[in-house]
Design a protein around this ligand. Structure first.
Ligand code: ZN
Length: 166
């Protein structure tokens, strides 16, 4: 085997450049069209598990549609991930409207993304679930390029993009 050759199929420890379009309920949520393909190191959970699993064995140039169940995507909706806040404790600068997205600092100082789920006479109900929780994800993907990782990328378990030191 020539050590300089790029891999031809997706396997663990291969850096994948992938074009993708994510559709949820017939609506395009995210796409690499018009920008660069995503790059990631296969086998390290750097992308959604249900998608990563279906990519094994794909060749450069190959296209595929991958359907990912909610459980293998952003998870099922957690019924405990809701919180009712008294209206009078709700920040006055944020509109009290269903669907408004906001960030809340929890007791340990972490910032959490939330959406207003309901507004009642006394409370504002916040939903802390990921907006794509409970949803089936449909990915249209095409393998753009495959390469071997650098030693450092392999040690870190992720791709190093130019200008991104970590
Ligand atoms: Zn790193």
């Amino acid at each position: 085997m020539n050590g300089q050759d790029n891999p031809t199929r997706i396997a663990d420890d291969v850096v994948v450049s992938l074009d993708y379009t994510l559709t949820v309920e017939n609506e395009v949520i995210d796409t690499s069209q018009g920008s660069e393909p995503i790059q990631f190191l296969q086998g390290y959970g750097n992308i959604i598990p249900g998608l990563e699993r279906e990519l094994y064995g794909m060749e450069t140039g190959e296209s595929k549609e991958v359907i990912v169940a909610a459980a293998d995507g952003y998870g099922e909706i957690d019924p405990d991930a809701y919180s009712d806040i008294p209206r009078n404790e709700f920040p006055s600068q944020i509109p009290m409207q269903v669907g408004i997205e906001l960030q809340i600092k929890d007791q340990s100082g972490d910032i959490l993304d939330a959406r207003i789920d309901a507004v009642t006479t006394d409370t504002v109900r916040l939903d802390f679930n990921h907006p794509l929780a409970g949803k089936q994800l449909v990915f249209a993907v095409q393998v753009v390029a495959l390469r071997k990782p650098t030693t450092e990328e392999l040690e870190h378990g992720h791709v190093h993009m130019p200008g991104h030191a970590h």
